[in-house]
Structure formats: C-alpha cells, structure tokens
Design a binder for this molecule. Structure first.
Ligand code: NAD
Length: 471
C-alpha cells in the first residue's frame, strides 16, 4: 500500500496524508534493518520495473528530454545511491562507541542513530526523479516515513510516481503529492521532523520561514551561479569539452551547471574556438536531436531569450554556436550561446542562468578570478581547470563553495560516497550517502552508568573528594 489515497491539491487532503504517516511513524518508532532494507528493495523494484514509463513521463514533461540523459542523470544515480545505502545500512545503523573520560569510567558512551519520524521533501522540476528519490533513499534508510511534494512543471512524472508509490509500498511509508506553490506553501507549514527542499534560493527563504514556525530543521539544496575557472596552463581541449558537457546536459537546466567561465584575457579566443568545436561535435543538430533536451516551459524559454536581448542591447557580443536553420522555438531548443563583454548589471550576469547560455569573463591575473568569485554569493559548485597543484590548493583554500570538481564539471554530484549540499546562498546541510543517513537521523548520545561508578564522591554534602577534584 503505502500512501493513503489523497485528493490532489487540497490542504485537507495534505493534512490527512500527513496524519497517516505520523500515525505510522508513532506506531513503529524504530524500524529494524530488515524493514528498511525492504523499503530500499521496493524503491529499486519500482525503478527497474518502470524504467521506460519513467523515461516517457519525464520526456512528456519536458517536451523532449534525452532518454540517455534521463538514464544517466536520474535512474543511474538513484540506483547507485540506493545500492550503496543498502550495502552500508547495517554499519550506519550500528550504535557508535565513544570514549569516556577518566572521571566517569567505568560508565559507557554510545551514539544511537534514531529515525526522526516524518520527513518532507520538496522537489523541483529539473531532475524530478533523482531529486525525489535521492533524499527519499536517505530518509528511508534512516527509518523515516516520507512525504514528497513534486513540482507543478512535471505533472506526468508526479502522477506516475504517486501511483507507483502506492503500488510498491504498504500504506503509511511514502506519500507523493502534486501541486503548485500554493499547495507547496501548505506542505512546508506541516510540522515535519525534517524538511528537505530543493529549488531556488528565493523560494528557499520562504521555506525556511515556514519551517521555523514548527522549529522544523531544514536542508536547503538551492541554486546560484557556479563558476568555471580556466587557468593558463590548463588542458584547453579537455576543459572546453567538459564545460560544454556540463553546460549542455539537460540543456543547462542543472543546478550545478557551470554558469559562467573565467579565462585569462590572452586565452579567451583560443577557448572560444574550442568551446565552439566541442559543442558542434557533441550536438551537430539541435531541433530533432534526441540527445539534446528542450527547455521545460515556454516561460523559461522566453526568460532566456529576454536576458539575451537585454545583454545584446547593453552592448554584449552574443555568439550562437552552430545555430540551426530550422525553427528551434517550437521545440523549445536553444543553441549554446556564448556571451562576451556583457555589462555586469545585466540579468545574465546577476541571476542563475539555468539554460544553455554561457557568459565568458576575462581576467588579467589569476587572483582577479578568485576575487571575482569571492565578491559574489557562495556558489553551489566551483570548477577549476588547471595543472598546477599549488594553484589548485590556493583556489580550494581561498574560495567557499558547495563542492568542487578539478579538471571536470558536475560529476561530484554523483559520487555516492561523498555528501552533497550548498553553502551560504546555495544552501545548507548535506545529503547523499552516510551524510544523508545522518541528516535524517537523530544521533542520540547515550550515557550508561556503571554500577561501579564513583560519582557519589561528587554529590552533596560536598567533601574532600570534590575539593581534590577541583583543585
Ligand atoms: P522553485 O524554487 O521555483 O520550486 C521548487 C519547488 O518549490 C517546487 O516544487 C515548487 O512548487 C515549490 N514552491 C514554489 N514556491 C513555493 C513557496 N512559496 N513555498 C514552498 N514551496 C514552493 O525551483 P524550480 O524552478 O523548480 O527549480 C530550479 C531551481 O532549483 C534552480 O535555482 C536550481 O539551481 C535549483 N536546484 C538546486 C538543486 C540542488 O541540489 N542544490 C538541484 C536542482 C535544482
């Protein structure tokens, strides 16, 4: 079973769904290893048996979403995440012994990871499956009940996932609801034991405010402008290929896509030529190319177009790579567009782009690139292309970002043994792997006294022993 049948979109239904999960969590406060493994098996079965249906649903939501990208960016990392969680679960769940200071021996200390109860997950549209299942896997591994709110921009995936959860889970374990910002606001007002929100920084602020009323702890997985720095002695061909791959995967609609590139002024034209060549090689055609995804919604297509128009009017040099002869607007495809000399006040230079537009910013000294990044909100990801270990260390130490890839883009997200999360404006907290398990657990410190304890020496009436102790 799993989820109680719920009328989509009503606040009352939302509260009923939440109440059912709360009841289930309260009636089984510590699901054991076998039970949690069973839940993870159910997620795996759901994914394996409905692979094509999920690919089709995401494709329908996007207009066109490359089937390979859906497999690489949604199914594969979800399965990797869940298999690792299942393999490691027994170790993660085991209470951890902690030392006891000499004053308290022979008592014992341990940390007991305990389920929090009911976890809420708010999902954006750009990777609707992975960003629902990634947190779900961590929350289930930690023994929680979970309520998921899908994005209004992915109705087909949301409806399918809601139906599948009821088929693959008994009632009271996972519940999926679909609805827009209004329902989402009601969702984030529910008194969850933890709330994980993935979405924009602006909405993240509202979510944190709503959660504060219930003192619900939040993990915020937000966005921002992730820079790519190309140092003078980088391997330019590889850098260009990696930047293009990271930028054009899902047509730039990736939270960790390189947002802009910082390159030495003397190398700029060389890099431009290589970016152009790499993009043309990867996507020789656009409109009907099954490897190239569409922009999710006409509104987002328009926004990107307007930002380009604004930059052009302000004097920026706009260069489309391999522009197609056929109409791209009807299929919401957009070529890689390199933007040079855009004035800093333009939206392209201020806002997260979330599309295949790539501003190129020249620096004179390497330190200027670091200063440029440090003068702006802390990014979710930072990409550095360089071969000098001293300079690499310098960038790692002098900048703060959610994560870093050296000589690569975006792949840090799918390292299932590493935590993922932003910092500052790009988010707070972590999930994935063991850190995900910890995020959704209360690591409860337990002090267990021994019958041989000497603590009576420190109790009133205070005598010599306590004075000796405090000497
Ligand atoms: P969004 O913030 O518009 O919406 C995200 C979710 O919040 C949706 O489910 C939406 O219905 C809901 N929502 C909207 N208004 C709300 C409100 N007032 N209160 C509560 N919930 C509300 O984001 P989006 O457009 O769906 O996704 C794109 C953004 O997400 C980008 O900024 C991107 O960088 C970010 N993102 C971050 C990560 C990450 O892991 N850090 C991953 C993917 C996307």
């Amino acid at each position: 079973m799993n989820v109680l049948p719920m009328m989509p979109g009503t606040e009352t239904a939302l509260q009923h769904g939440y109440a059912a999960l709360r009841l289930a969590a309260d009636s089984e406060r510590f699901p054991g290893l076998a039970r949690r493994r069973g839940w993870l098996d159910a997620v795996e079965k759901l994914l394996q048996e409905n692979r094509q249906a999920l690919i089709d649903a995401i494709n329908a939501d996007f207009g066109q979403r490359s089937s390979v990208e859906t497999q690489l960016g949604e199914l594969f990392p979800s399965l990797e995440e869940l298999r690792r969680a299942r393999r490691k679960l027994a170790v993660w769940m085991r209470p951890q012994r902690r030392p006891v200071s000499i004053w308290f021996r022979p008592a014992r200390n341990r940390l007991l990871p305990q389920p929090l109860g009911v976890v809420g997950i708010v999902v954006p549209w750009n990777y609707p499956l992975f960003l629902a299942l990634g947190p779900l896997i961590g929350a289930l591994a930690a023994g929680n009940r979970v309520m998921i709110k899908m994005s209004e921009l992915t109705p087909a995936t949301g409806a399918l996932l809601a139906a599948l959860m009821t088929r693959y889970f008994e009632p009271g374990v996972v519940s999926v609801v679909n609805g827009g910002p209004e329902l989402s606001q009601a969702f984030t007002r529910l008194p969850f034991d933890h709330l994980l929100f993935t979405g924009s920084t602006a909405v993240g602020r509202h979510v944190m405010r709503a959660a504060a009323d219930n003192l619900t702890p939040v993990t915020l997985e937000l966005g921002g402008k992730s820079p790519a720095i190309v140092a003078r002695d980088a391997d330019f061909a590889r850098a260009a290929e990696s930047i293009v791959a990271g930028k054009l995967f899902n047509a730039g609609q990736t939270c960790v896509a390189p947002d802009y590139v910082l390159v030495n002024a003397k190398d700029r034209d060389r890099l431009l030529a290589m970016l152009d060549a790499a993009a043309t090689r990867a996507y020789p055609t656009l409109a009907h190319n099954p490897d190239y995804s569409s922009i999710i919604h006409p509104r987002h297509y328009q926004r990107l177009q307007q930002w380009l128009d604004e930059a052009a009017a302000a004097g920026a040099d706009i260069r489309q790579v391999n522009p197609a002869a056929e109409s791209l607007q009807s299929v919401r495809k957009m070529p890689l567009t390199l933007v040079l000399n855009s004035p800093p006040h333009c939206a392209l230079m201020q806002e997260e782009i979330f599309g295949p537009i790539l501003p190129i910013i020249s620096y004179d000294r390497f330190e200027d690139a670091i200063s440029y990044i440090n003068a702006r909100p802390r990014p979710l990801a930072l990409y550095l292309f360089d071969r000098d270990p001293v300079r690499i260390d310098k960038v790692l130490q002098q900048t703060i970002s959610g994560g870093v890839c050296i000589n690569e883009t975006i792949l840090h997200v799918v390292q299932d043994a590493m935590p993922f999360g932003g910092v500052g404006a790009s988010g707070m907290g972590h999930y994935h792997g063991y850190e995900g398990f910890l995020t959704f657990s209360k690591l409860k410190p337990v002090f267990e006294q021994s019958r041989w304890a000497g603590t009576w020496l420190t109790r009133p009436p205070y005598g010599r022993a306590v004075q000796w102790l405090l000497r």
